[in-house]
Design a protein around this ligand. Structure first.
Ligand code: PEP
Ligand code: MG
Length: 868
């Protein structure tokens, strides 16, 4: 028979799959001999079984009773005893932390009889009745879905108990259960069910946590932080989760229950102040924190309660942290000899580095702030004020969600907003914890804000919904209007404008980037179309240009030349247009080769349909119609309109573009190939080391490539002094992937164009679908992330694997890379590593992120520390 219940003493920290994070860590602390209230954990397996069958698994209740009896014997108190009742908390706890998304019920075991026992034992009548009041409220809300607003406030807890019982009866048609075992079982059921609460499902989708894990349920003896001034509750971190600085950090709230701190409802004192309030507990807490760090080899966060001067540990886990803290702590732990560099690299992510590269406000030009709150999650966010989650979710432009405090129901709005601003709560409030997890800018506890319906009053100013504000999650400042932003110091470091010396964050990044480069097997190239972008990419660590989109060179004042080419009515006109473009292209390429001297530069021949270089059909039609209405000659517009009509395509993405264009417009590709060869010859003559490669886009059949190749080779042969230039193809049409074995016969390299490959594999128009229905698809769970953002490993990825295998089977030395947007996406980089590619190519700003992930992908056997 399955074992569904584990006493805390039976588990350990490595059993997260079975006991959830909270249960596994309570077990670990119990084994360490730390003061954890006795209790037991019901496994995630029991939850999965419950969700599958919609009923409590056979044998579970008997196991719970058995463990409860053991607990009673150990504590010397009995559940439901009217003289001296044992009270229980029932808490959810999944493998990955989902702050506040699921349910917790406290004070189980109170009823009309036991409340008097608690009053007598505690000598505090008010405390006992207030606990009973809390139970009816939490139980009603959680087990029977009674809306929170139904339970109105009041002063006398006895009266509140009576009033709440009536609310309970009115909503459920039954009395509040007096049988304590029934209370417990209903609570366990409710926690199981809360796994599938809407907000929990949404949170998991957002955080990419699998939906089928289920939650464990922790049943623990109650300890009370609300027993008077020598009691309280707090949250602590073994290092600063914002900056990574060494030392203990946290918040403490006197005479309160844990839920009051996490909800950010009341304002707290700092952990340091606890040293004066209760030096003994403080000292004990510090030494426990040190032991936890040693045990977990990482930053830990802790929830604790002090009951009449006695310290109890209610939770610990490897703590969430800001991206900056992640780098700083990883490097510190290497310095302290706790972890290896490989482990340190495992503990930081490309997403975190991306966050650090976001711009921030320029303090020098910022106006005086309206107010300053708690800097809870870094970044600079500008947007229009919205006062509720629904408005944030519905907004089309950037918004800042402004709330007194947030609760789990605000999740959709928090996801939609650029940033979150609250007037209450500290660094451990719901808003702060969730925003940090999402990497979203958040300022909380800005207490000077007065929120009143649709207005926000601060410092004598009144702001309304729709007014623009700016918030800075790094220093907590809140500004009226739009504050200009400036580049992050991490970007300035990569640019070479700052040195890492003396800066803990930059030094940590430098160290881990060096290690990543050392470990990585994938090279990182950049998508760059001009000298400055290529030079930046090189500063950011790119070792080549993986994609130069030459059509980007045909814009601006060169457009007229392209127009002439398109409108050419005979060979002479066309040749003249091409001759005009040639020197311009040559100069472009010379710049690129100079910036990437000594490194490969992959030049892609022109890709998009030519009519993209002409004015729009609507615009021209209107201009010609206007001229005709005025009796004027539409002149050139008339000719253009005819050309645009002639070339108009219903599906231009699937039309005359890429190699097809090269085969249809004589001389176009030849001109580009000549420009490449002449530019390379010129650079060589000037003492440079140009390494161009020519890449043919949108090939679907070997025949297409062979024709272009033959033409290109004859052009290359005619340019004296050019270095050897390899010719390869993009693989971005599914047919090319499937026939890669044939295509490799005419290609020296492949570069996966995963933008088009995704578009054509899914049949999703890349220009239309993301705005049109991807929101719904994400909601429905069709995919966890847009396949245009993160590679669809099962579908598009399979084509990549097929093409690599078939291509290399024919040509073992084939170089294979990727230049779609996925080349800079952390999860995709790991996929490309596993698929055996040689390099990824991405936008210059993502180069450091890809480098870091390429290094991480190559790590073998290092154990990370999953702080989710
Ligand atoms: C691609 O399709 O992935 C690609 C890099 O080409 P483009 O985005 O220019 O179509
Ligand atoms: Mg493409």
């Amino acid at each position: 028979m399955a074992m569904y219940v584990y006493d805390f003493i039976e588990g350990n920290k490595d059993l997260k799959d079975l006991l959830g994070g909270k249960g596994a860590n309570l077990a670990e602390m119990t084994r360490m001999g730390l003061p954890v209230p006795p209790g037991f954990t019901i496994t995630t397996e029991a939850c999965r079984e419950y969700l599958r069958t919609n009923s409590v698994p056979a044998g579970l209740l008997a196991e719970v009773e058995h463990h409860l009896r053991q607990m009673q014997a150990r504590i010397g108190r009995t559940f439901g005893d009217p003289r001296d009742p044992l009270l229980l908390s029932v808490r959810s706890g999944a493998k990955f932390s989902m702050p506040g998304m699921m349910e917790t019920i406290l004070d189980i075991g109170l009823n009309d009889a036991t409340v008097s026992g608690l009053a007598k034992q505690s000598g505090d009548d008010r405390f006992a009745w207030d606990s009973y009041r809390r139970l009816i409220q939490m139980f009603g809300r959680t087990v029977f879905d009674i809306p929170a607003g139904e339970f109105e406030g009041g002063d006398d807890p006895r009266e509140l108990v009576e009033a709440y019982k009536k609310v309970f009866q009115a909503h459920t048609g039954r009395e509040f259960p007096q049988a304590v075992h029934e209370q417990l079982f209903l609570a366990i059921n409710a926690v199981f069910r809360s796994w599938n609460a809407e907000r929990a499902v949404l949170y998991r989708r957002q955080e990419r946590i699998p939906q089928d894990l289920g939650t464990a349920v922790n049943v623990m003896a109650m300890v009370f932080g609300n027993r008077g001034e020598d009691s309280g509750t707090g949250v602590a971190f073994t290092r600063d989760p914002a900056t990574g600085r060494r030392g203990s950090y946290g918040d403490y709230l006197r005479n309160a229950q844990g839920e009051d701190v996490v909800a950010g409802i009341r304002n707290t004192m700092s952990l340091a102040e606890l040293a004066t309030v209760d030096p003994a507990s403080y000292g004990q807490l510090l030494s426990i924190m040190q032991r936890l760090e040693q045990r977990y080899r990482d930053l830990c966060d802790i929830e604790f309660t002090i009951e009449n001067g006695k310290l109890w540990m209610l939770q610990t886990r490897v703590g969430k942290r800001t991206p900056a803290a992640a780098f700083v702590i990883a490097a510190q732990l290497v310095d302290e000899g706790t972890i290896t560099l490989d482990e340190a690299l495992h503990r930081v992510t490309g997403e975190q580095l991306a966050q650090l590269m976001f711009p921030s406000f320029d303090d020098a030009t910022a106006p005086p702030p309206l107010t300053t709150g708690v800097p809870a999650s870094p970044g600079a966010a500008v947007g229009a004020i919205v006062f509720d989650s629904a408005a944030a979710a519905a907004a089309t432009g950037p918004v800042i969600l402004v709330r007194r405090e947030t609760n789990p129901d605000d999740l959709p709005g928090m996801i939609a907003a650029q940033g979150i601003l609250t007037s209450r709560g500290g660094k451990t409030s719901h808003a702060a914890v969730v925003a940090r997890g999402m990497g979203k800018t958040c300022v909380c506890g800005a207490e000077e804000l007065r929120l009143d319906g649709d207005t926000l009053v601060v410092g004598g100013r009144t702001l309304h919904a729709g007014d623009i504000i700016s918030i800075d999650g790094t220093n907590g400042r809140v500004y009226a209007g739009e504050v200009p932003v400036h580049p992050s110091k991490v970007v300035r470091y990569f640019e070479g404008q700052l040195t890492a010396h003396g800066d803990p964050l930059l030094s940590a990044i430098e160290r881990l980037m060096i290690h990543a480069d050392h470990t990585a097997r994938l090279d990182v190239h950049a998508n760059a179309d001009n000298g400055p972008d290529a030079a930046r990419a090189r500063r950011f660590g790119a070792t080549g240009v993986g994609l130069c989109r030459t059509e980007h060179m045909f814009l601006g004042d060169r457009r007229v030349l392209v127009e002439r080419l398109i409108l050419a009515e005979n060979d002479n006109d066309r040749d003249a247009a091409l001759a005009g473009l040639l020197p311009l292209q040559r100069k472009d390429f010379e710049e690129l080769f100079t910036a990437m001297d000594g490194l490969p530069v992959t030049i892609r021949l022109i890709d998009p349909p030519l009519h993209e270089f002409l004015p729009s059909l609507e615009e021209l039609t209107a201009r010609v119609a206007r001229a005709e209405a005025l009796g004027e000659d539409p002149g050139r517009d008339g000719v253009l309109l005819a050309a645009v009509r002639r070339m108009h395509e219903q599906n231009p993405m699937l039309g005359l573009r890429g190699v097809r264009l090269g085969l249809v417009v004589p001389g176009l590709f030849a001109m580009q190939v000549r420009a490449v060869a002449e530019a390379a010859a010129a650079r060589k003559a000037a003492g440079g080391d140009p390494r161009p490669e020519i890449m043919v886009p949108l090939v679907g059949a070997i025949q297409e490539l062979e024709i272009v190749r033959a033409e290109a080779e004859s052009v290359l042969a005619s340019v004296p002094g050019a270095p050897p230039i390899r010719i390869g193809t993009m693989i971005e049409v599914p047919r090319a992937a499937l026939t890669a074995g044939q295509i490799a016969g005419a290609a020296e390299f492949f570069s996966f164009g995963t933008n088009d490959l995704t578009q054509m594999t899914w049949g999703f128009s890349r220009d239309d679908v993301e705005g049109a229905f991807f929101g719904r698809y994400l909601e429905l769970g069709v995919f966890a992330a847009s396949p245009f953002e993160s590679i669809d490993a099962d579908g598009v990825g399979e084509l990549v694997r097929i093409a690599v295998a078939r291509g290399r089977a024919v040509r073992p030395e084939l170089t294979v890379g990727v230049c779609g947007e996925h080349g800079g996406d952390p999860a995709s980089v790991r996929f490309f590593h596993d698929a055996g590619l040689d390099y990824v190519s991405c936008s210059p700003f993502r180069v450091p992120i890809a480098r870091l992930e390429a290094g991480r992908a190559a790590l073998t056997g290092a154990t990370g520390s999953d702080s989710r």
